[in-house]
Design a protein around this ligand. Structure first.
Ligand SMILES: O=C(O)C[C@@H](Cc1ccccc1)[C@H](O)SCc1ccccc1
Ligand code: NI
Length: 186
């Protein structure tokens, strides 16, 4: 199971590399990586387990963040209400955003990152809606349309596969710049 000690931090060059495509069928190692990436999110979103293992809660975790430069990331967007259905949960492999809205969206709280210990305030403008194509661990192809929070999370994780960190998108001069048409997501 991954712990915080396994998560590489900002200065590590692996976070700035273009990750490699994953080949199918998955090797044993890649199958285990996919399991471990998802397990981290499940455990970190359980308050008791999160505290027990000293984790930071996460809704996504990309392979480069554990030092593996491969195009694989786990995403577990929590259900809006207790017992509800998660809007998006999967391990996304070789993901490609095949279409995106012109309209931007950003979290009103800004973003954080398990690989970035410091707070970096500011809006992170992303596409409010995306169509995402990816492969799951069984090599099945998926094409999903996501909007608002699930879309933001997937874009954050896919950025990791291209060596991009969330604060790269923040307007350095005016971090809280808010274009009129930008959807602000709670
Ligand atoms: O570092 C990561 O990739 C995991 C991030 C993903 C993320 C952060 C901000 C916005 C979208 C995705 C962690 O989930 S940061 C911690 C967190 C935990 C719960 C909810 C939001 C952010
Ligand atoms: Ni991150």
């Amino acid at each position: 199971m991954f712990l915080m000690k396994d998560i590489v931090r900002d200065e590590d060059p692996v976070l700035r590399q273009e990750a490699a495509d994953v080949s199918f069928p998955l090797s044993e190692a890649d199958q285990q990586l996919a399991k471990d990436l998802m397990e981290y999110l499940v455990v970190s979103q359980d308050p008791e387990q999160c505290k027990k293992y000293g984790l930071r809660a996460g809704v996504g975790l990309a392979a480069p963040q554990v030092g593996v430069s491969k195009k694989m990331a786990s995403v577990l967007v929590p259900a809006a209400e207790e017992g509800g259905k998660s809007p998006f949960t999967d391990v996304i492999i070789n993901p490609v955003i095949i279409s995106e809205s012109v309209q931007n969206g950003a979290l009103t709280e800004g973003e954080g990152c398990l690989s970035v210990d410091k707070d970096v305030p500011g809006f992170v403008p992303r596409h409010d809606r995306i169509t995402l194509r990816y492969y799951d661990v069984n090599g099945e192809k998926h094409q999903v349309r996501l909007k608002n929070y699930p879309a933001i999370v997937c874009q954050h994780e896919i950025d990791h596969l291209h060596g991009i960190l969330f604060y790269d998108h923040i307007n350095q001069d005016q971090p809280f710049t808010r274009p009129d048409d930008m959807v602000m997501i709670e």
